[in-house]
Structure formats: structure tokens, C-alpha cells
Design a protein around this ligand. Structure first.
Ligand SMILES: Cc1cc2nc3c(=O)[nH]c(=O)nc-3n(C[C@H](O)[C@H](O)[C@H](O)COP(=O)(O)OP(=O)(O)OC[C@H]3O[C@@H](n4cnc5c(N)ncnc54)[C@H](O)[C@@H]3O)c2cc1C
Length: 321
């Protein structure tokens, strides 16, 4: 007989690992976490710069942690260490480099299909985030300058004139991080950085006040052109300007193809789910960034993972629910 897991989790980010750890702490056994990349938390590894400050209250969202995982303000490194410890101390079976392609319900269990293999589980939580496909501009990027148009800071060279596009926390953090090493401008279609959390708002205001970051606010971009290997940015409201590099920090997209291939219904840019995060398919849950139209936070994913574990268990063993 092939093994049937009690719980399979697709995606080893904060939400997926929380669902696994909180379920383990509720005495649910036979849990497997399936991660397509070489290690857990690929969003944090790829999009957070080294030593990045990690805020509990991201995007200014006030979140009280409900579960058993103790997550506090820290850094990229301390956050990854926390998840390393959680995996090690909670008997979590983490399978890496397995990309789930679809989930199919058969009688009272699910077949979880990966390239070349399938596993079975009674319940599944999908926590694949939105950063598998970062949002890209709607206009075409000329192939000759594609290497100069990025979605992380990884390719950035000291001394370059860089334009950051976006006005949320990630965009602001990217701009502030380049201060002292680059000539930095930040372009945002709104007039203020109100979407960012208070600390990031203070940091960007400070950098602008000290002429370390040049704000280009209330301005849209119509397109990009090749200007002798540099990136000419065509603004709608002001004259074009050329940069060495343009970095978009405008969030991620809903993995619609994945949801559709698993029969999960979508509404308003996110999967449909009820108050227990259960989708239209009984036993199939969603948590983390994919439950939010414009992305969530680590704390939100931790809480949702906890709530799913409580629901699966039929009420939390540690509280009155
Ligand atoms: C630059 C930046 C800075 C941020 N800073 C903060 C901060 O300071 N504080 C904060 O709270 N939040 C921050 N966030 C947001 C936070 O990172 C996300 O809200 C959080 O990572 C979402 O967790 P998740 O588990 O839903 O998804 P993710 O963290 O995106 O994890 C999804 C996982 O699923 C895997 N996966 C995807 N598809 C498949 C598949 N088909 N099969 C198997 N595995 C798959 C991915 O490889 C990934 O490891 C930041 C985000 C960015 C981009």
C-alpha cells in the first residue's frame, strides 16, 4: 500500500511551515512539506537583501500572533534561522526540489502531482505565495536592455544610476539600501509612501530630505527604450530620463494557472476560500500571500497556518476554541 500522508503542504514559506509546525503541535502526524526550490523560504532568500531588517508589522499591518511560533522583529538571517530550528525540532518531512504541478481529488484523498512522481494525502494546504512570478510592467521591455531591468537588487553594481519603481515597503527598502553606493531615484504613481510601514516611511523621508534618494512622485511610466545600452524611461507626465538600471518592486501575481489546474476557484485576484481557508474543494486549503490580492506578511501566514491546524484538528488543543 502506498503511504497516504495526513497532511501535505505545497510550498515551504512562512505560511506552509507554520501550517506544518502548528499541525504537528496539535498532534497531527505524517505531515510532508513539498518545496520546489533547493531550500525552504525561497522568497525570503531571493528577494530580501542580506541583513535586511524583517518587521513583524509589515505594510503597517497590526497583527497579533495567535499560534505557538514565536516570531519577532529581526533580520533575514534570524528569520531563516527560526525556520531552520522549527523544521529540525518538529519532525517536519521537507522534500525539496519537487515542484507540484497539480492537485487532484480522488475519493477521500488527494493525488499531488509533481514532475515524475505523485504522492497522496488526506488534506492539502497550498502556500505557494505570489513571488514565483513578480509583477512586471504591462509595456514591452526591449530585449537589448532586459538585463538592466530587474526585480531584485542582485544585479545592481556600485556607482550605477538606479531607478526603483514602486511605493510599497519593498520598493522603499530597496531605494534606501542603495544610498551611499548608487545614485538613486524612486518612481511611484502616488504622491506619498503611505502604503509603507511607519519605519520605512521615516527612512525614505530621511533619505529624500538628505538628497540621498530623489523622489519622482505622482508619475507613471509609459515605456522603456534602449539608450546606447542604458535604460531610457518614458514618463507620462515628465520628460524622459536615462538610468543604468531600473528595478521594479511592485509585488507578485496570483498563480492562476496552478489554481486552475487543481480546480481551485478564483475571485477578485485570489483563490476563493471560507473562514477556515478551505477552498471550494473540501480538504484543500490555501494560506499566506496567495490569500491576499496584494500579498500578505510573515505574521499573517503564521496565523493562517495556525488556524488551519486548529480547524483540521477540530478545535485547538491549547485554547478554548
Ligand atoms: C522584498 C520583500 C521584503 C519583505 N519584507 C517583509 C518583512 O519585513 N516582514 C514581513 O512580515 N513580510 C515581508 N515581506 C512579505 C513576506 O515575505 C511574505 O508575505 C511571505 O514570504 C509570504 O509567505 P508565504 O508562505 O505565503 O509565501 P512565500 O514566502 O512566497 O513562500 C512560497 C514557497 O512556495 C514555493 N513554491 C512555489 N510554487 C511551488 C510549487 N508549485 N511547488 C512547490 N513549492 C512551490 C516557493 O519556492 C516558496 O518557497 C517581504 C516581501 C518582499 C518581496
Amino acid at each position: 500500500m502506498e503511504k497516504i500522508y495526513n497532511l501535505a503542504i505545497v510550498g515551504a514559506g512562512p505560511a506552509g511551515l507554520a501550517a506544518a509546525v502548528e499541525s504537528y503541535l496539535q498532534d497531527i502526524d505524517d505531515i510532508v512539506v513539498l518545496e520546489k526550490n533547493v531550500n525552504h523560504n525561497s522568497t525570503i532568500r531571493k528577494y530580501y537583501k542580506d541583513n535586511k531588517r524583517v518587521d513583524l508589522e509589515w505594510k503597517g499591518q497590526k497583527v497579533e500572533l495567535n499560534g505557538r511560533i514565536v516570531f519577532v522583529d529581526g533580520t533575514k538571517e534570524s528569520t531563516l534561522d527560526l525556520f531552520d530550528e522549527l523544521i529540525e525540532n518538529h519532525n517536519i518531512e521537507l522534500k525539496i526540489q519537487v515542484e507540484v504541478t497539480s492537485i487532484e481529488k480522488e475519493d477521500d484523498y488527494f493525488n499531488i502531482h509533481m514532475a515524475g512522481s505523485t504522492i497522496m494525502a488526506k488534506r492539502v494546504v497550498v502556500t505557494i505565495g505570489r513571488m514565483g512570478k513578480p509583477n512586471k510592467p504591462s509595456y514591452k521591455i526591449p530585449p537589448s536592455i532586459r538585463k538592466k531591468v530587474n526585480y531584485t537588487l542582485d544585479e545592481c553594481q556600485d556607482g550605477e544610476k538606479v531607478l526603483i519603481v514602486g511605493g510599497g515597503d519593498s520598493a522603499v527598502e530597496y531605494a534606501v539600501d542603495l544610498v551611499g553606493r548608487n545614485e538613486v531615484a524612486i518612481c511611484y504613481r502616488r504622491e506619498t509612501f503611505r502604503r509603507a510601514n511607519p519605519l520605512n516611511q521615516r527612512n525614505i523621508a530621511n533619505a529624500i530630505a538628505h538628497n540621498e534618494v530623489r523622489p519622482i512622485l505622482g508619475v507613471n511610466i509609459d515605456g522603456l527604450e534602449d539608450d546606447n545600452g542604458r535604460v531610457k524611461v518614458l514618463f507620462t507626465e515628465i520628460e524622459p530620463e536615462t538610468f543604468d538600471r531600473v528595478i521594479y518592486a511592485i509585488g507578485g501575481t496570483t498563480p492562476s494557472a496552478f489554481l486552475a489546474s487543481s480546480g481551485i476557484e478564483e475571485e477578485d485576484g485570489k483563490p476563493k476560500y471560507d473562514e477556515h481557508y478551505e477552498t471550494n474543494i473540501k480538504g484543500l486549503f490555501v494560506a499566506g500571500d496567495i490569500t491576499q490580492e496584494s500579498g500578505g506578511s510573515i505574521a499573517l501566514g503564521l496565523n493562517q497556518g495556525y488556524e488551519i491546524a486548529c480547524y483540521i484538528k477540530g478545535g485547538c488543543k491549547n485554547c478554548k476554541d
